[in-house]
Design a protein around this ligand. Structure first.
Ligand SMILES: [Cu+2]
Length: 133
């Protein structure tokens, strides 16, 4: 009996550690938001900006579902995440983060860039692909 319990405990502990490791570091949030909503809570999509690119450069969003875009600026200057076609514009100062919850209600591939002058030309551009999921 005891042996069986130990065997069952470890996969759970490993899963908890894996979840903790995936949590974003830094940012200004004092604590993690409570997750009481179950499947109703928006999915979070992480985008990192550095000088001068987006990681990943191609961001996929589900159509018609709320998604929280978490924009983490790890660069040494300000950056933003801008998708004109979807009215998305998230700005973050150097070393800071920002987030916005969006619902993309049309499918397709849309141009994404940073609107700080000169940054697009330096490589801060990509695509946001919206599709049914
Ligand atoms: Cu930029």
């Amino acid at each position: 009996m005891l042996r069986l319990r130990l065997v069952r405990f470890w996969p759970l502990a490993a899963a908890a550690l894996a979840l903790a490791a995936c949590a974003p570091a830094g940012g200004s949030a004092a604590g993690a938001a409570p997750k009481g909503g179950g499947s109703a809570a928006p999915t979070e999509v992480y985008v990192v900006a550095t000088d001068f690119k987006f990681d990943p450069p191609l961001i996929r969003l589900p159509a018609g579902k709320p998604v929280t875009l978490v924009f983490d600026n790890k660069g040494s200057v300000e950056h933003d995440l801008h998708v004109a076609a979807l009215s998305i514009h998230i700005h973050a100062n150097a070393g800071q983060g920002a987030k916005a919850t969006v619902t993309a209600d049309k499918g397709g591939a849309f141009d994404l860039d940073c609107t700080i002058p000169g940054h697009r030309e330096l490589g801060m551009k990509g695509s946001m692909v919206v599709a049914a999921q």
